[in-house]
Write a protein that binds this ligand. Structure first.
Ligand code: SF4
Ligand code: FES
Length: 246
């Protein structure tokens, strides 16, 4: 079928204004949006900029806004975007860069702030003890406490969708950083809670979240993002009141 990609473009040396450019191309309904973008870049316009790497929903590189919603281009089928629309005009797919991060070129955003926030929560295993013997084992039940938070691929779709960052507080640390803190907060082997507290128990830490649930809706890994944020808030409160998070 013939489709039209309407892509929001930004080319710094052409000036500060972004503009929409349309490309018509043939696509199979079972093609992914990423296939269509690669076709445009390879055959129609080599100047189009976008990120991709794994092409299989693992690396998180190709998050973008598709018909108004954050999605991974490699996990989005053309048929799910255009349905049974009759003409190429009506089979138009609008593609825009993520929000809440500065656009560098076309669909490529500057992820510096996103990864600064991620690093601020010390998203790695911290322990003040050595394992007694061999590996630090844990039960299936203990592992289940943070399993959801292990699935994050750092695509920044949640960060883009957050109305708090867009409106009231652009310095809010954001959903992904909190999910990656939760990965370790609820791992009973980790003892780094106090090390993460300065970033989390801060006016720009967990507290600005207003439970809009946008992050949970757009997460391509179906992580219960808002739930992880609220669990982290409770862990901080419990820690301050009782000296324990669990
Ligand atoms: S929590 Fe979900 S939406 Fe946010 S960065 Fe991780 S995978 Fe992407
Ligand atoms: S290219 Fe890796 S997640 Fe889409």
């Amino acid at each position: 079928m013939e489709i039209t990609l309407k892509i929001k473009r930004f080319i710094a040396k052409k000036g500060k204004e972004s503009f929409y450019q349309e490309y018509r191309l043939e696509a199979d309904p079972n093609d992914r949006l990423l296939d269509a973008l690669v076709f445009v870049q390879t055959h129609l316009d080599g100047s189009l900029g976008f990120r991709k790497s794994c092409a299989h929903g693992v690396c998180g590189s190709d998050a973008m806004i598709v018909n108004g919603t954050e999605r991974l281009a490699c996990k989005t089928l053309i048929k799910d975007l255009v349905g049974a629309a009759a003409s190429a005009e009506s089979r138009t797919i609008t593609v825009e860069p993520l929000q809440n991060l500065p656009v560098m070129k076309d669909l490529i955003v500057d992820q510096t702030r996103f990864f600064e926030n991620f690093r601020a929560v010390k998203p790695f295993f911290i322990s003040d003890t050595l394992p007694a013997k061999g590996e630090r084992t844990q039960s299936i039940e203990e592992r289940a406490k943070y399993d959801d938070a292990t699935k994050c691929i750092l695509c920044a779709a949640c960060y883009s969708s957050c109305p708090v960052i867009r409106g009231k507080n652009p310095d809010f640390i954001g959903p992904a950083a909190i999910v990656n803190a939760a990965r370790f907060i609820f791992d009973g082997r980790d003892t780094g809670f106090k090390d993460r507290l300065p970033a989390l128990d801060d006016p720009n830490g967990v507290w600005p979240c207003e439970n809009h649930f946008n992050c949970t809706k757009v997460c391509p890994r179906e992580i219960k993002v808002t739930k992880n944020i609220n669990m982290s808030k409770k862990a901080i409160t419990d820690f301050k009141e009782n000296g324990s998070t669990l």
